[in-house]
Design a protein around this ligand. Structure first.
Ligand code: CAO
Length: 446
């Protein structure tokens, strides 16, 4: 048995004479409880009015452009006899009341910014309006043009319909549009150039430090501001892992010292960093994924660009902050030439005289704190590179060899890598090979 009921506009807050912008059903349509029937547009939000009953729409009393307020009759429905309706039939006034207070599911649960708790939540229309007003994301979501089934589909996938341009008549969003959007979003989420990390963090704490003691505000240098923004992006967007290792550089250090002693006339001092740069080429050639960048140029696909050039950047500590000049084609240069260039670029960096081209094109970067101290650190990858080598201070350590401890000069290595590109096993192989080459520089010649 069925019963003809009028559907009234429920409590929609303080709004009056709100225009109907869309009627979402037709006479003869079968609807379920909470299926959207019409869309209203107030000054602040677009609101979908859900059906308080399940049944068949028998009459539509309004059209797009009409204005409605709380209590306006919009449709007649032949309501199916279900338990809820039996209750409401028992008292017609109660039924009217029910319809105006019918809790509505947040129609914008297709807004992926809302928590899952909110998605499940039912609210009364007045609460719904407040929510809609307080969230600009939420407001815009509600303007999307889509059928209840497409909305449900989008909601299940956590898709914000407002972000989709519909391909149906009058730009109505159809199921295929939602599918295409999800596909594109998945591809974009793996895109290294995707600018929006969307972290949804708490605001930064605002503290009046002067309350606790004397303070002195100081501006950050321009270099620090630029470097800081880059470091922040790289730290947030790249899944970093750092692999630690040690290299026995006793023989290398002896050779370096001997050379510097014997060739005092030579104005070029052979620094350890020059040897390290040269030694790096062997593992970079053996493990090409370390000399690479993520590639998003093929739509919907993320790949790698492997570089067959070896331009090594090195971090220089300057009075104004960190800069990273680049030595090009390290694989094609001798250690003296590398040391010479290193010294010139470091001097230019400290004098603030580096040209932009001096800092471009690195395929891999070294950050050496060995001249200062420390045992290990976790360097931040210099995007779009995929790894960076940190070097700390070499120290004489007791190393167990041939059943006895011998003093060896051990260099701490800290390799940070992008875990999207490099696996832990590859990182361990890389540092192991680098350590082998540093221990026996003859391997660098192979
Ligand atoms: N272990 C032990 N001693 C080391 C060493 C190491 N790993 N690396 C360098 N040293 C020694 C050098 O041999 C040198 O000693 P001698 O004068 O007796 O030969 C002394 O430390 C000073 O070296 P240096 O640091 O001036 O020179 P370098 O070529 O090794 O490094 C440069 C050049 C530009 C890397 C360095 O000056 C610098 O700026 N380092 C800081 C980089 C930085 O800030 N990184 C952090 C980035 S992340 O915030």
């Amino acid at each position: 048995m069925a019963e003809l009921k009028k559907i009234l506009i429920p409590d929609i807050g303080d709004f009056k004479d709100v225009p109907v912008i869309e009627v979402l059903v037709q006479v003869g349509d079968t609807v379920n409880v909470e299926d959207s029937l019409v869309t209203l547009e107030s000054e602040k939000a677009t609101i979908e009015i859900p059906s308080p009953h399940a049944g068949v729409i028998k009459e539509i009393l309004i059209k797009a452009g009409d204005k409605v307020s709380e209590g306006s009759a919009i449709m007649a429905i032949e309501a199916a006899m279900d338990a809820a309706n039996k209750d409401s039939r028992a008292d017609a006034n109660t039924a009217q009341e029910k319809s105006t207070n019918q809790p509505i599911k947040i129609a914008a649960s297709d807004n992926n910014q809302l928590s899952s708790a909110q998605l499940e939540q039912s609210v009364k229309p007045t609460e719904f309006i407040q929510k809609a007003e307080s969230s600009s994301e939420f407001k815009s979501t509600l303007k999307a043009h889509a059928s209840p089934s497409v909305r449900r589909f989008a909601r299940e996938l956590g898709v914000n319909l407002e972000l989709i341009t519909g391909s149906g008549p009058k730009q109505r969003i159809v199921k295929e549009d939602v599918q295409a959007f999800v596909k594109a979003a998945l591809a974009k989420s793996q895109n290294p150039n995707n600018s929006g990390a969307g972290l949804n963090l708490l605001p930064w704490p605002q503290v009046d430090f002067a309350k606790f003691g004397p303070v002195e505000p100081q501006p950050l240098s321009r270099i620090k501001q630029i470097a800081g923004a880059n470091l922040h992006r790289n730290w947030v967007m790249i899944p970093h892992v750092t692999q630690f290792d040690e290299a026995d550089i006793t023989d290398l250090e002896e050779m370096r010292k001997e050379f510097n002693e014997s060739d005092k006339k030579n104005k070029v001092k052979l620094t350890f960093l020059a040897f390290l740069m040269k030694a790096l080429i062997a593992p970079l050639k053996k493990f090409p994924h370390f000399n690479a960048s993520l590639d998003n140029s093929v739509e919907g696909n993320v790949g790698l660009i492997i570089k067959h050039y070896y331009h090594i950047g090195f971090a220089v500590d300057t009075p104004n902050g960190l800069v990273v000049p680049v030595i090009k084609q390290v694989d094609q240069k001798g250690i003296i030439a590398i040391a010479d260039e290193l010294s010139q670029l470091a001097t230019l960096a400290r004098e603030g005289k580096l040209k932009p081209t001096d800092m471009q094109g690195a395929s891999f970067t070294i950050s050496s704190l060995g001249g200062i101290g420390g045992t290990a650190f976790t360097p931040i990858i210099n995007a779009p590179e995929v790894a960076i080598l940190g070097v700390s201070k070499a120290r004489i350590q007791p190393v167990y060899r041939d059943q006895q401890f011998v003093p060896r000069l051990m260099l701490p290595l800290s390799l940070s890598y992008d875990h999207r590109v490099i696996d832990g096993a590859a990182a361990a192989r890389f540092t192991t090979h680098l350590a082998e080459v540093l221990t026996d520089m003859r391997l660098a010649l192979l």
